[in-house]
Every structure is written in structure tokens, then in C-alpha cells.
Design a protein around this ligand. Structure first.
Ligand SMILES: [Zn+2]
Length: 470
């Protein structure tokens, strides 16, 4: 793939999140096209070759116990990841620059025009689906291959390559999108009447729907009622405090009837909740409405409304329904002064939409530049397993431990979203015990728990300064 200088620098910037090295100083490496001759003047250099292919032509190699498809191989019979030649050059045997760029920048989302009914990039159309590799952070594997090449180069040359670690073991970011807060909301009771009359599709059996309808009426009429099953923030935060976890809550304002939430930030109980969360060390971020993904003024207005209640500008955002346009939504978020987004997962399938278990900067294709905003990739949400894949808790547990193993391989991040409205025993029997045990097990695995803001401010921005001297 032909890559501009900015695109090559983009890849190297991210590679330098993993290593400090002088082997990638400007005068130390060259980038050639795959058929270009490595002329005799090129000596003691790191040589990256760019594939002629315009689109991925994956070739699998076995690496770290996994079959890793490398998107841009060089020639059909290339097997070595790298080699040293007789002039002291390190020559990579695959086009790692293009392979990293293609996945990390999300280029496939510009090349595929299909979208689902919410305007989202469908997992079914992704390269990860075709290759069956959404569960592997391919970019991290590619970077590891390059780093091993550079370590070989270091043995022969007077240069230094030092590995950096983002986390000692692995990082864990837990978040909650506050979409719904009232299970027995009058609108929801009315909606059940519609369902029972056959005017709206049933989500449960008629019998269960009728029972829930009666429970809703009883709840509304009872002056001594307990908290609504979806107003469970004390339970969520107390559990996390016991386990030493501080999560990030993304709040969604009411807009456009039922597409978003049924509350506004300034409602007393919401603003009180936001204040308590902030005081107790939880992070409060913006859950951008459906409209905000494509409407900059709308996003600014939401940011301002949340800022008023929170007392400071929110650092992070996740788009509701993961409704996201690549890269225009990033441009709007950047304009709104947001520091990070964490919407990039496939809605229907857990795994790595950009192949990476580290925060990264998105790419602005229109202006051929690395963007300022950070993306913290979302790896897994309970809804994709319970609702889209129609599987149960055991499947969630298995997947969580798989992603922890992957994160640990690279000292990277595992990010989990669990909605407060999917923690109710009303709808998911056994969920509370399962969820508690799951969080406890994650902590016992040695997770370093971070909020999105802490991760960016204390780890990534700090790391960035480190790069300037390289
Ligand atoms: Zn949402």
C-alpha cells in the first residue's frame, strides 16, 4: 500500500508506545517499495518494504502460539518475519507499516459502504469477520514482530531498544452507559399495554409482559416503594468501592423522543448522582446522543449541559448505540474539546475493531494527519453477548478471560461495558451474583484499574513526552 510520510509517522508513533529506541530516528530507517532495489549505499539501516497491493491479501504465520494473518505480505513465498543482510541492514519480510495502518486507522470503514439501520459499520462486513480474528489484537502482534526484529538489529548495531510497559500486568477499564434509569417508567408501562394489545412487538412472553405490567402499576401506586430496579447506582458503586474499582459512567440526555434516554442532566436526582460519583472518584463522561454522531452543534450543546452539572468539562465520550462515522465523528468530538472517545467496538461482536488493545490516535483521512483525540478501544459489552449473540453468562466469563489473556500478553488494556439496566434480576436472573463474582475475579487476576481520564492523563500523555526526545 502506498503510504504518505504522515501515515508512516503515524505507525511509528504508535510503535514508540511500546519501545524507546534510537533505531527509528529519521536517519536510521528507510522505506522502499517492495520491488525497489536495496542499493549498496543502504547500510546498517532498518528497511521497511511497502507492498504493491492496494487491498489486504492476508498470509498467516504462526506467532506466539496463534495463527496471525498479516494483511500485506511481500511476495507469495515470504516466510521470514525479518532478516539481517550482509550490509548490516534489518529487512522486514512483511509490510508491517501497511498492515498496522490499515487496521489501526480504520481504513476498512472508508472502503466498505454498507451500514446497518443505525448507520454503523457492520461486523459482518469487516475483515475481522472474514478472517475470524476479531478476538486477536492483530496490531499488537504486528508490533511485537517488528520489535523482535529491532531487538535482533540491536545485537548487531550500536543502537538501543528498550521495551516500555503501559501496565505492569494488564489494565482494566470498566464503564457503564446510563441509557435507562427507570424500569417502571410510566412510558414503559404504557408501552406494555401496546405490546399486550398487539400494537408493538413483544420482548418477553405475553404472560411475563402482563406480570411486568402489573408490577409496574403496583410500583407506581405504592407510596412506600423501594428503588426502581434500574436506579441501582448505590449497589454498583458500593460493589466497586469494596473491590477497589473506580469506573466511568457515561450519561445520555433525553432527545428525539425515545431514541435516547428519558432524563436530562439537570434533573435533580441525575445532577445529585453525578456530584456523588465525582466526589467518590468515579469518572463522569458524555454518552453522545444518536444525533450527536453527525451533528457538531448538537454535540457542543450536550457537552456544555453536562459541564454545567459536573462543574468541569467531561474528558471522555461514548456514542450511544456505538453510532459512529469514521472519521467525521472524531472530528466533531475533537472540536468539542473532548480528550478521548471510547466507542470503537463492533456492536454485534466483542473483540478488536481496530486490532489494538492500547489507546491510540485516530487518523483523519481528509487532512492526512494523526488526530489529537485519543481512542480507548472498547473490547466487550454485555449486550453483544446477551442480546446479539443470544448467549449466557458462561460465555461472557469465558470471553472476559480470553481478553484478559490477550491484554496481559502485551501489558495492554481490557475494557468492559456493563449497562446499569442489565443488572436487574427482573430480567436477568442470577446477574447480580455473576457480575460481582466476575469483577472480583478480574481484580484477582492482577488488573490495574483505570478510568478513561486517568489512563489518558496519567499514562498516555506522560508517555507522549517521552517520545519527543527520541
Ligand atoms: Zn447507550
Amino acid at each position: 500500500m502506498l503510504l504518505s510520510t504522515n501515515k508512516i509517522e503515524y505507525v511509528l508513533f504508535h510503535l514508540k508506545q511500546h519501545i524507546s529506541t534510537n533505531a527509528l530516528n529519521d536517519s536510521c530507517y528507510v522505506v522502499l517499495n517492495e520491488h525497489e532495489e536495496i542499493c549498496p549505499e543502504i547500510q546498517n539501516k532498518v528497511v521497511f518494504l511497502l507492498s504493491d497491493a492496494g487491498t489486504p491479501a492476508p498470509q498467516s504465520v504462526e506467532f506466539m502460539g496463534e495463527e496471525i494473518p498479516i494483511l500485506f505480505p511481500l511476495g507469495p513465498s515470504q516466510l521470514d518475519l525479518y532478516r539481517m543482510d550482509e550490509r548490516g541492514n534489518l529487512i522486514f519480510g512483511f509490510d508491517f507499516l501497511s498492515s498496522v495502518f490499515y487496521l489501526l486507522s480504520g481504513l476498512q470503514e472508508l472502503e466498505v459502504s454498507q451500514r446497518d439501520r443505525y448507520g454503523r459499520f457492520p461486523y459482518a462486513c469487516s475483515l475481522q469477520n472474514k478472517l475470524g480474528c476479531a478476538h486477536l489484537p492483530l496490531v499488537n502482534y504486528y508490533m511485537e514482530m517488528v520489535i523482535r526484529g529491532l531487538e535482533e538489529f540491536e545485537k548487531h548495531q550500536n543502537c538501543s531498544v528498550h521495551r516500555k510497559r503501559l501496565f505492569q500486568n494488564f489494565g482494566f477499564l470498566l464503564s457503564h452507559d446510563v441509557d435507562r434509569i427507570s424500569f417502571h417508567h410510566p412510558f414503559r408501562i404504557l408501552f406494555k399495554i401496546k405490546q399486550l394489545l398487539g400494537l408493538a412487538p413483544l420482548q418477553n412472553s405475553r404472560k411475563t409482559t402482563f406480570k411486568l405490567f402489573l408490577k409496574g402499576i403496583a410500583f407506581q401506586l405504592n407510596p412506600f416503594r423501594n428503588q426502581d430496579p434500574w436506579w441501582n447506582f448505590d449497589w454498583i458503586t458500593n460493589l466497586e468501592k469494596r473491590l477497589g474499582i473506580r469506573s466511568t459512567f457515561f450519561f445520555l440526555k433525553q432527545e428525539d423522543r425515545f431514541d435516547n434516554s428519558l432524563y436530562k442532566f439537570h434533573f435533580k436526582r441525575i445532577s445529585d448522582l453525578i456530584k456523588v460519583l465525582k466526589e467518590e472518584g468515579f469518572e463522569v463522561g458524555l454518552h453522545g446522543t444518536m444525533r450527536s454522531a453527525a451533528d457538531g452543534d448538537n454535540m457542543l450543546q450536550q457537552r456544555d449541559e453536562l459541564t454545567k452539572v459536573l462543574g468541569e468539562a467531561p474528558a471522555g465520550i461514548r456514542q450511544h448505540y456505538l453510532r459512529f462515522f469514521h472519521p467525521s465523528t472524531f472530528q466533531l468530538q475533537e472540536k468539542a474539546g473532548l480528550i478521548y472517545d471510547t466507542s470503537l467496538a463492533f456492536a454485534e461482536q466483542d473483540g478488536y475493531r481496530n486490532g489494538y488493545c492500547f489507546p491510540f490516535h485516530p487518523y483523519d483521512f481528509e487532512n492526512d494527519r494523526m488526530m489529537k483525540i485519543w481512542e480507548i478501544p472498547l473490547v466487550m459489552m454485555e449486550v453483544s453477548v446477551l442480546q446479539y449473540r443470544k448467549e449466557g453468562f458462561e460465555e461472557i466469563r469465558k470471553s472476559v478471560f480470553h481478553y484478559i489473556r490477550e491484554a496481559r500478553k502485551f501489558n495492554g488494556l481490557f475494557s468492559l461495558l456493563w449497562h446499569n439496566c442489565r443488572m436487574s434480576e427482573y430480567e436477568y436472573g442470577g446477574v447480580t451474583v455473576f457480575y460481582q463474582d466476575l469483577l472480583k475475579a478480574i481484580v484477582e487476576e492482577g488488573a490495574e484499574v483505570v478510568t478513561g481520564k486517568k489512563l489518558i492523563e496519567e499514562k498516555m500523555e506522560l508517555n507522549k513526552n517521552d517520545f519527543s526526545g527520541i
